[in-house]
Design a protein around this ligand. Structure first.
Ligand code: ADP
Length: 471
């Protein structure tokens, strides 16, 4: 996520509103008013979570699994309702929003399977029996961003619960509604009171209080690199566990030997999906110089035909940005007189709309080519050869994802290994699947979420040696 125009730059609770108005970003209408949690609310929630976690961890693993599957089934029955809420509060196109709600269901199902498979090891040693246990951490704080409010809340929550922890979830200021609804659905499914609590509130107040609370054993944070660093520093004081999913400036590398038509046709989705508010957005398009002109010729119609408009319309591929502040930030990268190579349309009038924009970089140091924009803006840069492509791809403090387009399988493997990023895809733009690990190299993050090892990040390993000496 971006180094934000932080709407709440001060720490003191009195400086923050006691409630947040939630806007529909496509219309600017107020759709809800949500109270903002105070540090006192945070302390009370952590106390309730501590209590609930004891009972939860004492349940048989099969019973925890059964309850989580029931939670998944309840979510499955509410996909349309949750998706509609995401359309209203985040401006996501309805097709995307349905996928997001389905992703929550799938994560819960997948994590539930892990509850009964948290097997330790028996390790051969002399003089006794040595076994390991994977024990829950206790209370986990999940601090979620506004770009994918539902799935990212679930990435931390589902495996944490499956591993026997309680969760206090703080959604982003602008997008608390789906998280609040998910907590209600958890109760409907039979999860114990207090096990999953959602506390909307300001990051520097409710978020900071959660991170600092001594009763919180681990913080899972997804957001800007600047806030992530601050959270990691706070966690250091208590040697708290931390998982960070931060920013990105991911490359889309197109070699001359690729299927240029397919590479160009799929490029818009890779930086326009979610209106570019995606830490995996392929917002640096690196194109081999010999096919640069041809690629740009093909890219232009693909970008301008990307359907922008009412998120509730199933034909829409791109909705508005999340807020006025975010639109100002995106605009700051594209001065009025910037010679955009390609520019799409956007609705006029109410709503935080911004057109799809492709810039030709003036050089690799160009601000738009270096910083995460978090909007529907990509920068194109030419490269000469494979070494040059790898050098440019790695010329960033980030390392989250990237795509490689080539028909040469050896090159695909070489470049995949050479690019310092956690999630790469060849001849595609896939990044996130609940069954595969996700996370960043360098300043894109710390730790991994999702995939077969997701539960391990929510446990401590305990080693026990039992002497077999005669007593
Ligand atoms: P963005 O700039 O895109 O809004 P942030 O990193 O500011 O991203 O926000 C991501 C999440 O982190 C949100 O839930 C926000 O409320 C929370 N947050 C922001 N500042 C802090 C902080 N100092 N401590 C804890 N959480 C924070």
């Amino acid at each position: 996520m971006n180094e934000s125009l932080n709407e709440y730059p001060h720490r003191h609770p009195d400086d923050h509103p006691h409630e947040h108005q939630i806007l529909n970003p496509a219309t600017e209408e107020v759709i809800a008013t949500v109270p903002a949690a105070t540090p006192g609310d945070v302390a009370a929630a952590v106390a309730r979570a501590t209590e609930a976690q004891r009972g939860w961890a004492a349940l048989a693993p099969a019973d925890r699994a059964r309850l989580l599957r029931r939670f998944a089934a309840v979510v499955d029955g509410r996909i349309e309702e949750l998706a509609a809420l995401e359309v209203r509060e985040a401006g996501h196109p309805i097709g995307n929003a349905r996928w997001e709600a389905g992703n929550v269901r799938d994560l819960l199902d997948y994590a539930a399977g892990g509850a009964e498979r948290l097997s330790g090891a028996q390790i051969p040693v002399a003089g006794g029996l040595n076994v390991t246990f994977h024990e829950p951490l206790g209370v986990v704080a999940v601090i979620a961003p506004w770009n994918f409010p539902m799935p990212i809340a679930a990435w931390g929550t589902a495996p944490a619960l499956a591993a026997g922890n309680a969760v206090v979830l703080k959604p982003a200021e602008t997008t608390p509604l789906t998280a609040l609804r998910l907590a209600e659905l958890a109760l409907e499914a039979g999860l114990p009171e207090g096990l999953l609590q959602v506390l909307p509130g300001a990051g520097p107040v409710a978020g900071a209080a959660l991170v600092e609370h001594p009763g919180v054993a681990k913080v899972v944070f997804t957001g800007s690199t600047a806030v992530g660093k601050q959270i990691m520093a706070t966690c250091a004081a208590g040697v708290k566990r931390v998982t960070l999913e931060l920013g990105g400036k991911s490359p889309n590398i197109v070699f001359a030997d690729a299927d240029i038509e397919r590479a160009a046709a799929s490029a818009p989705g890779s930086f326009l999906d979610n209106t570019g508010q995606d830490c995996c957005a392929r917002s640096r398009i690196l194109v081999q110089a010999s096919v640069y002109d041809r690629f740009m010729e093909l890219l232009a119609p693909a970008v301008t035909s990307f359907a922008v408009g009412d998120p509730a319309d199933p034909a829409t591929a791109m909705g508005p940005l999340i807020s006025a502040a975010q639109r100002e930030r995106v605009r700051s990268y594209v001065p009025e007189d910037a010679p955009a190579a390609i520019r799409g349309d956007a609705p006029q009038g109410k709503g935080f709309w911004y057109p799809a924009t492709v810039l030709e970089a003036t050089g690799p140091g160009d601000r738009a080519a270096v910083e995460e924009i978090f909007g529907p803006v990509a920068v194109v840069l030419p490269f000469e050869d494979e070494a040059d492509a790898v050098r440019l791809a790695n010329a960033t403090d980030y390392g989250l994802s990237g795509s490689i387009w080539t028909r040469d399988v050896g090159r695909a493997v070489r470049v995949s290994r050479a690019v310092a990023a956690g999630n790469l895809s060849v001849n595609s733009h896939s990044s996130v699947r609940y069954a595969t690990p996700f996370g960043g190299y360098k300043q894109s993050g710390l730790g991994r979420e999702l995939g077969p090892d997701a539960l391990a990040a929510f446990t401590e390993t305990k080693n026990v040696f039992i002497s077999t000496e005669e007593q």
